[in-house]
Write a protein that binds this ligand. Structure first.
Ligand SMILES: Cc1cc2nc3c(=O)[nH]c(=O)nc-3n(C[C@H](O)[C@H](O)[C@H](O)COP(=O)(O)O)c2cc1C
Length: 348
């Protein structure tokens, strides 16, 4: 049994999210209570070719452990080779195989969720990786519940994955065809958790401590994985833990605390030193800012401002204006008008 499931621990995983869960964001989520992290997916070929960008995707710090590196690919032997390479480089706590990615670029090359349609190949890939890695580190898998509504096969897939040597399975409760539409089907996730003896981690639409408690209490999952909610509100981990422990909600996160984190996130991104200059770093920060804006009043106006931000000091100015506006009452009538701003104020 993987250590983070032992003694009835109920780990909260940060879901792997390409373009989001980089070193800096993982650091934030870990500080806020995420227990287990998985890097965004990286291509097995990228690892074998030791390309620079792939190395960056797999970077992590010891404080973030346990950390898994998630691989995608279509060829079990190549993926096993990539897994061994990444173990040599980084010594992750586990290797995770992506059998859930719905994106055409991945699926068309028989990676990600495409193997849900071809169980023998899926089992073969999983087995080759598990055997190739041997007892160096555990191997886990992440799947969706099936290819489409007519072919929901997650319980069978889980059985195959367990037989192939996977030591835990994360299940996003949607089909590949659903993309992110509709709701995650937790009945199928529950069925899977009762079908196999390895831990099943449930994933899909968890955004509060109550959601975690509901799934913990009504399904057989051994942990949950949180994705989009963490992207917008990384405090979800500490809130969920507090709720599980006390049955009470933490007070809402204040705008001051939100901005503190936003600025710190941007600063850590600059300090990470992987971008050629500040402008590139801040451009890459924009999508994070868009997500963070969901937790702030007047988010729509903020998003307009965020869409052109190029420096940290610009972001600090927006934060100062926003907080000053909040102090004055923070509503439309007191106004937050920056006359020089060509794209309009946050409240107009
Ligand atoms: C922007 C984005 C990127 C994602 N990238 C990955 C990925 O690299 N690997 C993976 O297994 N899943 C990926 N996912 C899926 C998430 O891990 C998760 O399964 C999904 O968002 C459902 O969980 P949620 O409802 O908590 O968001 C991604 C999701 C999003 C929104």
């Amino acid at each position: 049994m993987l250590p983070w499931f032992q003694n009835d621990q109920f780990p909260l995983y940060l879901a792997p999210m390409a373009g989001v869960t980089n070193l800096v964001f993982r650091r934030i989520c870990k500080e806020l209570g995420a227990d287990v992290m998985v890097t965004e997916f990286v291509s097995a070929e990228g690892i074998i070719q030791a390309d620079q960008r792939t190395r960056r995707y797999t970077e992590f710090e010891d404080e973030q452990r346990p950390v898994g590196v998630q691989l995608f690919g279509a060829d079990g032997s190549r993926m096993a080779e990539a897994a061994r390479k990444i173990i040599d480089w980084k010594e992750p706590d586990f290797i995770d195989i992506n059998f859930g990615c719905p994106v055409n670029k991945v699926v068309s090359k028989n990676g990600g969720s495409s193997l849900l349609r071809d169980c023998p190949v899926l089992a073969d890939v999983a087995e080759k990786i598990a055997k190739g890695v041997g007892d160096q580190v555990p191997v886990t898998a992440k799947i969706r519940i099936g290819w489409d509504a007519d072919s929901i096969n997650a319980p069978d897939v889980c059985t195959l994955l367990e037989e192939s040597g996977m030591q835990a399975i994360a299940i996003h409760g949607r089909t590949r065809s659903q993309g992110y539409s509709g709701e995650a089907d937790w009945e199928v996730i529950d069925e899977c958790s009762r079908t196999v003896s390895v831990p099943v981690v449930g994933n899909g639409d968890i955004s509060t401590g109550q959601d975690v408690e509901l799934r913990k209490g009504t399904t057989g999952v051994s942990g949950v994985m949180i994705g989009r909610a963490a992207m917008q509100h990384p405090w979800v981990f500490q809130e969920a833990k507090h709720y599980l422990e006390t049955g009470e909600h933490l007070p809402p996160v204040t705008p001051e605390t939100r901005w503190e984190l936003i600025i710190r996130h941007a600063r850590m991104l600059l300090e990470w030193n992987v971008f050629p200059n500040e402008k590139f770093a801040m451009q890459s920060m924009r999508s994070r800012l868009m997500a963070y804006s969901r937790g702030l009043r007047n988010g729509k106006k903020l998003r307009v401002r965020f869409s052109t931000v190029e420096t940290l000091s610009e972001l600090e100015d927006i934060a100062a204006e926003y907080l000053a506006w909040c102090e004055k009452g923070g509503n439309e009538s007191t106004g937050f008008v920056r006359q020089t701003d060509p794209v309009g104020s946050l409240t107009s």
